[in-house]
Write a protein that binds this ligand. Sequence first.
Ligand SMILES: [Fe+2]
Length: 595
Amino acid sequence: MVVLGLSLNHDASICVVVDGKIVSAISRERLCREKKARYIREYTLQYVLEEAGITIDDVDYVALSYWFRNIQDWATEGEKFKLYVSESDAWIFSNDFNNNSRIQWEKEVPEYVEGKGYRILQDLIALTEPATIRPFDSVPIKMDLFGRTIPGWFVSHHHAHAASAYYTTNHQKAAVLTMDATDANPYQCSLACYGYGNKLETLYYPGLQIGHAYSLFTELLGIGLGVFKAGSTMGLAPYGKVNPDIIKDIDKYTKTFWERTEKIDDWRWTYQLFMKTTEKMVWNHNPKYPLDFEDGFSVEYFTSKTSDSQEAMDAAATIQYVFEQSVFRALNKLHEDTRGFNNDTVCLAGGSFLNCTTNGKIHKNTPFKNVSPYPGAGDDGLSIGSALFVTHHILDIPRANKTVSEVVYTGKKYKTPEGGIPLDFEFVAQSINDGKVVAWFQDGSEFGPRALGNRSFLANPKLPNMRDYINFQIKNREWYRPFAPAVCIEDVNKYFDIEGESPYMLKICNVITGKLPAVTHVDGTARVQTVKKEDNPKFYQILREFEKVSGFPVLLNTSLNLSDEPIVETPNDAIRLFNRSKTDILVINDSMWVK
Ligand SMILES: [Fe+2]
């Protein structure tokens, strides 16, 4: 059974899932080289079809998940992607949260096409979440796609997140929580589910809006747009001090939308928290567009120049604290709600769960002992999630064993370019130990924002100046952003205080040696990646080779890209990066180039 998964808003991605196995997946940004690119183009489709060894004629079902706010670019491709919904399901598209889209529906009655159903107007599909009369997880559709009409399902945004979290693990019973920075509507920000075997059942919409607040704080702190830069806020937080008034009143600030007596919208709630945190006034009255300069006001209270001031650091620390406490509170409730059924296991997705500081603290602050964040937790994972939801929940195809390499290394394998010399592991390890920086390119690229040993910069974690060197001389990033270590799984507890595995670099833990300064953050933590030989033999080998010369099977591992570019995808991208950066050695598959 071949399911083609598509996600078309920011972080657009596409995947092919065959009988529940992720055969190929890619985010469009990797191919078009524009970070977080929207929409799918024909070349993106060809990429996954070719890698899966199939054509569009082999696709049995489509699985689609996206928001539709801006259809301008999409319209240029619109003829290739017409969508239809059956007559009996058409009502879903006529009800939104405020119940006013019926007016639009009546104004622009979609065309009915015999045998296909109602043509879904592109602006109507934006209104499908939430259908508050009956919250739905999916709606049957038909899709005109490159000359074929293919049946399938439209999967709700947060159900796709939930499915990506649950079905990419081997858990058979688990609570599932999703959260992202989607705006003020309490139905659109988070979802609680329960996974058992093949099924993923909806429990409730928790109204957990703190992901949105975190994103908005990132803007107010002058760091950048939340969708791009929330990770920098997380990096800044350990330099600050949490506001004591907020700690004292934390119960008030971790309430969900449903628990608050005053039903103010999320924008206002966040502004109140920001004012309380920074003692700055927010007077912009256009809460939908907080950074608008209309009326002559800006609410950007910090600029990029002051975004690392002590006051900004304290605010970052405070929002990180409120975020963590809100997640723990929601998870404690979810554990209680699924008591006896959850196996003390929780699967997490939605962009908020890229917050690895929080992820790493869950097992100590909730009864959940198995904490599984999904590496494509952002909206790039929606294609995978919707395809797996259709495969398992809807079509009831049994789940097969999932491996780290199937979940992560979903990109296509490229031929090695001519002109290099044979890869010498010993030489590379010795060079890293001597302070050289290596661009390490192997096999298929990683899915999600973390480089996990196939598109990585590798460097010596023992050198105190290595962090500044890569931040300033190579990647051009903020000084306060830390780098992460990769470590052979067998040795992880010699250096890091972590329980179990962390194959996706999505949990922080304490570093228990003072000898790894380049990967130890100011608060003594690290976002560790544990590496097993069977998941990535070559990456494991270079770690062991480095151990021989340095005594530590640990490497600094950061994504292979320069400032604000997507991670490299092709050998040509890697060669370009090598030529225009201060990288010393380039490795592509079994060849290397040395400057
Ligand atoms: Fe999302």
